[in-house]
Structures are given as structure tokens and as C-alpha cells.
Design a protein around this ligand. Sequence first.
Ligand code: ADP
Ligand code: MG
Length: 261
Amino acid sequence: MAKIFCIANQKGGVGKTTTTVNLAAGLAKVGQRVLMVDLDPQGNATMGSGVDKRKLALSVYDVLLESATVREARVQSDKLAEAGCGYDILAANRELAGAEVEMVSLERREKRLKTALAEVDGDYDFVLIDCPPSLSMLTLNGLCCANGVIVPMQCEYFALEGLADLVNTIKQVHANLNKDLAIIGLLRVMFDPRITLQQQVSDQLKARFGDKVFDTVIPRNVRLAEAPSYGVPGVVFDPSSKGALAFVSFATEMVERIKKM
Ligand code: ADP
Ligand code: MG
């Protein structure tokens, strides 16, 4: 049975997409079967996995509206497969923004993705869902099917403030829609140990959230930022870079974590 994780944080630009595609590639590299679901109409995780969002025959939009199954809509990227980091992709583009409105009148609209993913449960070890930067119906669909949430965050002054909103939303979804849901962990990303404030916020996070803070820390690394323009995750673009190595460590940490779930 696949373990399903949402990569969520309602703030934009905090590293959700970078985390999703690099964790997917890292997990594939260590032998895990992975499906990456792009739930952001911006389609950055799609493009960053080597799939052209302007040329999609089917996408997650069709799956949410039940005009296609996951098996029909999932695609692969040759570049990832050649690098030994292949994962399946349920892609997204701007069309997905319309799904939000079109789903309003539908029954069990928050459970559409959950229902669709049930079909491929046996095909994967991990399903990773890249959420948009909002607590919208799309994010809710992700949270309703997930076993847990991975929250990437920068160790900055306002980081903890935004976290409170996300924790509240997760509590509500847990109480009303998905008894499985929990924050699996907080992932420190774009970390620069030379910045004293980042060290302080990191210490505060550990003091307050303990085990919920992942051991792995993702450094600020320009190779991770360059990779999307080549249509691959940093793990594939420059496997020996500090950022890539950190994401492969994080993949290993996740494999260990799910053994305890
Ligand atoms: P989100 O999906 O939360 O909006 P992204 O993953 O797109 O965030 O990251 C925002 C920007 O920061 C992107 O330009 C990305 O390349 C860059 N970035 C993310 N993580 C790192 C990192 N560890 N080091 C350097 N740049 C990073
Ligand atoms: Mg993103």
C-alpha cells in the first residue's frame, strides 16, 4: 500500500515544489516506486519533472473531474528514467485553476483525489502531492487523501506565525474528513548555517516541535535553483551537489519513517 504525503505550506516560495520533485527523485534513486501529483495550477512540479505543461493530453484536472483515471493520465519523463530516478507524474497546468470552481457543485468534492488514487494504491510505495500556496479546495483534496503532511519551511522570523494557520487547518481536516492526517514533519530548507537568525529559529523549532523536525536539513544551494530550467530535479541535474545529497538523505530518512507508520 502506498503512503501518501502532501507537501504543503500556504506561503509561496518556501520550497514546496523543490522539495516535492527532489524527494520524488531521491526516493526513486533509492529504489522506491513513486507517483508525484502536481496540484498547483502553476505546473512548476510538472515542468520541473521534465513534462511540458503546455502539451498535456490528460492531467490531474481530468482526474478530479472524473473524465480520466490516474492510470490513463499519468506520464513519465525520459530524462528522469535515463538518470535512474524515474517516477510517474500526474501533471497540472492552468486548466486546474478551473477545477476549483467546477467542483463547487459536485458531491464529495474534497474526496475526489482520494477516490482516484485508490486505483493505483498497489503501484507505488510513495505518492507525493505538491500543493498550491493556499488552503483551497485543491489543497483540501490533497489533505483528504494523505497519511501525512511534510511542511518545508525557511528558518526565518515569520516562519512560526504561518505555521499556526496550517496546523489549525490540519486539525480541522483530521477531525472532520481524514482521521489519518498528521504533520509528519517540518523540513528546514534553504538553510544557511552562517546566518545566526536561522540557527536561532532552527533551535526554536526543535525546542517546540521536537521529533517532528526532520533530522535532514536542506541547504541553500544554487544547483537546486538552476535545475528547473533544465526540466529535472536538482538530484538529477547535479547529483554530487550539496543540495542533491541532502535530498537523497531526506529520502532515506522518509523510507525509515514510513517503516514506523
Ligand atoms: P514553492 O513551491 O513553495 O512556491 P519553490 O520550491 O518553487 O517554492 O521555491 C521557490 C524558489 O526558491 C525557487 O526559485 C527555487 O528554485 C528556490 N529554492 C528552493 N529551495 C532552494 C534551495 N534549497 N536552495 C536554493 N534555492 C532554492
Ligand atoms: Mg510550488
